[in-house]
Design a protein around this ligand. Structure first.
Ligand SMILES: C[S@@+](CC[C@H](N)C(=O)[O-])C[C@H]1O[C@@H](n2cnc3c(N)ncnc32)[C@H](O)[C@@H]1O
Length: 681
């Protein structure tokens, strides 16, 4: 007699499968009671977040259909009040997952009996049309940002042309641009258009994925929603200035800032969440960001005050603006919970914003952004900050982002000056931005803009027109496969850099000296100064300006940096390009969660491959010691002590020393990274 298959193995598989379903159901429940989807996904005890996300997204897509199926079939009552959320997961998997509903557990078998009845109901009531749900109804285009730290727009356009992508003529106004990307013309997979505001942003149909494109895999082309790009675009820091990104991880906006700064100057990237911080380090490395120093600490205790001129504040929010992300249940019983959570978040935002506006004596411009659609986290926070920080006022965002019509929610003092990105109108994620400028500098800003307009009137430009084509598909398998290949390459090239200092004698001694500071130094040794990049920047800006002018006497795009850039070009004319081709990895989809997930996989692999090199620099030690000196700073230092002032003077001196050193470093400029031990979130 043939023995039966061992029950244990079977049970194990069953358990594994139903584990995914149970976790998915648990997340749905938590999100319905006000938890953030993203946080729940991160924290879920399920290793494959991509799969988990896919299961959940499918449930939300079919939710309305399932509502009807459940009601009409009376399944919950018939099946002894089985958990509603679990039933929703089972039904989704059974009806619409390409893998089907797996397992033989009692409750799974019970659901499977309903398949025919459900199919019949679907047909009878034409339920399919209900799919798509409130969570996924906005079809966004896919935005790819050209990483100008690694390539040029022209190079990417050329590549796309070779791939037979067809570049549509850039519309003259934002209204026309929106019309175009919502039109049937844009449904083709092989067309794209350059964004009307952010010239390094290329806009494709949502189906376009570049998982097989070298430029995508090596970080030259980055998936980044336009709304997210607007934050760095509106901050628009000058090259060679000092910028602080207070809530930086995973580093998407930091890398954009570095690109705008052309890798020149100082960029401090701070984040208090260790996991996200680690991912950011990898990302910035991969995107060849070289003017950054990263800090794993609470931004409220970040000790460098003196030379910060620009701040980006993009704090953790309720995330209600993100398309494709589950919104919080607005049913009455959850409102209290949600309101309390909103209040807490808004308080944290206000604390960070006030700290930023008060603590940095040379601060000229600050961008406050959230991906929330809730005014509690947006307009209300801005109004409050303005009321207690008289030195600052707001710039009118929609005047800078020409043609943008969605301003702040009416009813607040700041409403008219803020920018809201509304998915259904702007084809982006939901987003909110306010730009603070120091009052006494506002005049300067205006003069700069006017000067720039005059400049452009005098000059002539050309248009860049190109054509190109298409590409393939995604998938987790591909991602992992690519990652393997890349890691192999990395191993061969031995180019990666990272992490722990245990093996490093110098670091060890630093650890001793600095007792409370954990060393985690990532140093990169290349510098990438793109070829006539600045000329190109000005060139395209001029084109846009000319078009805008013709269309409507518009204000210039990229205005602040233009004048500066020109003079920088002169200054930099003789700088040689030295583009060091670097390691690559592959990242998943455009969702931040996926990005983080894949980076984690890659990190694990890199770690296994043991490729890390650690370099410690003098300036690191210096900075660390500064941090140590400042480590007791707990909150906003509104009144500075004599000691603090002395410390700042010393810091200034040390930093200017560092600046001089940097200026003399022609090609190789190490990226410094410090990880500080701070309180957990
Ligand atoms: C919306 S995310 C930032 C996204 C990031 N700007 C980007 O573009 O990739 C918010 C980040 O703020 C961090 N954060 C929240 N409060 C913080 C604080 N007090 N200090 C430092 N980081 C903080 C969180 O850990 C989280 O990584």
């Amino acid at each position: 007699m043939i023995p039966e298959k061992p029950a244990t193995k079977m049970n194990k598989n069953q358990d594994k499968t139903s584990g995914l379903y149970k976790i998915a159901a648990k997340i749905i429940k938590k999100v319905k009671t006000g938890s953030s989807y993203k946080t729940q996904l991160y924290q879920a005890q399920y290793p494959n977040k991509l799969t988990l996300n896919a299961v959940l997204m499918n449930v939300f897509k079919w939710e309305k259909v399932i509502d009807v199926l459940v009601e009409k079939s009376n399944i919950l009552e018939k099946e002894n009040n089985m958990d509603r959320d679990l039933v929703y997961v089972f039904i989704t998997e059974m009806m619409w997952s390409k893998f089907g509903l797996k397992g033989n557990a009692k409750n799974i078998l019970a659901i499977k009996k309903y398949k025919n009845e459900f199919l019949k109901l679907m047909k009878e009531h034409d339920l399919e049309k209900l799919s798509g749900s409130k969570y996924t109804k906005v079809l966004k285009p896919r935005f790819f940002r050209v990483n100008t730290l690694m390539t040029t727009i022209e190079e990417i356009l050329e590549k796309l042309s070779k791939l037979k992508f067809n570049k549509l003529e850039s519309p003259k106004s934002y209204a026309e641009f929106l019309e175009l990307i919502k039109s049937d013309k844009f449904k083709a997979k092989n067309v794209f258009v350059q964004d009307v505001h952010i010239k390094e942003l290329l806009v494709f149909n949502s189906k376009v994925k570049f998982y097989e494109l070298e430029e995508y895999n090596n970080g030259s082309l980055i998936v980044q929603d336009k709304a997210s790009c607007l934050a760095a675009y509106l901050l628009n820091p000058e090259p060679n200035s000092t910028v602080l990104d207070m809530c930086a991880a995973p580093g998407m906006k930091t890398s954009h800032l570095a690109a705008i700064m052309q890798n020149k100057g100082k960029l401090y990237a701070v984040d208090r969440c260790k996991d996200r911080f680690n991912i950011m380090q990898k990302m910035l490395e991969r995107y060849m960001v070289q003017n950054v120093e990263t800090f794993n600490m609470d931004a409220l205790t970040f000790p460098y005050y003196d030379d910060v001129k620009y701040i980006l504040l993009d704090p953790s929010c309720s995330g209600s603006g993100i398309v494709d992300r589950v919104r919080n249940d607005s049913s009455e019983q959850n409102q209290n919970y949600f309101q309390t959570r909103l209040k807490k978040l808004a308080n944290v935002h206000a604390q960070l914003l006030n700290h930023a506006l008060k603590s940095y004596p040379k601060l000229e411009r600050l961008v406050y952004s959230t991906c929330s659609a809730n005014h509690e986290e947006n307009e209300a926070v801005v109004d409050e900050a303005l009321s207690v920080n008289g030195k600052f006022k707001l710039l009118d965002c929609t005047k800078i982002v020409k043609g943008w019509t969605n301003k702040g929610v009416p009813g607040f003092d700041c409403s008219e000056m803020c920018l809201n990105a509304i998915p259904s109108d702007d084809c982006t994620n939901g987003f909110f931005i306010a730009v603070f400028v120091r009052r006494d500098l506002e005049e300067k800003e205006v003069v700069k803009q006017e000067k720039n307009v005059e400049d452009i009137v005098v000059k002539e430009e050309e248009n860049i027109v190109d054509e190109e084509e298409n590409i393939a598909d995604n998938e987790e398998e591909k991602l992992i496969e690519n990652t393997k290949i890349i890691n192999k390459k990395n191993k061969k090239a031995n180019k990666s850099i990272v992490i722990n200092t245990d093996s490093n004698v110098e670091s060890k001694s630093n650890i001793k000296k600095q007792k409370n500071i954990e060393d985690n130094v990532v140093v990169k040794e290349e510098q990438n100064i793109a070829d006539n990049e600045e000329e190109k920047l000005i060139e395209s800006t001029k084109i846009i300006n000319k078009k805008n002018k013709k269309a409507n006497k518009s204000i210039v795009i990229n205005t602040d940096s233009n004048v500066e850039s020109k003079s920088n070009i002169k200054k930099q004319k003789n700088i040689e390009d030295n583009v060091v081709v670097k390691e690559e990895q592959n990242i998943a989809d455009n969702e931040e969660e996926k990005l983080i997930e894949s980076t984690k996989i890659i990190n694990k692999k890199n770690k296994k491959a043991n490729k890390s090199i650690v370099i410690n620099t003098d300036s690191n030690v210096e900075s660390k010691s500064n941090i140590k000196k400042q480590k007791n700073i707990e909150s906003t230092p509104i009144v500075k002590s004599k000691n603090a002032k002395r410390r700042e003077r010393r810091l200034k001196l040390e930093q200017s020393k560092g600046k001089n050193n940097q200026n003399t470093t022609k090609v190789k400029k190490p990226k410094k990274t410090k990880k500080l031990k701070t309180e957990e979130i």
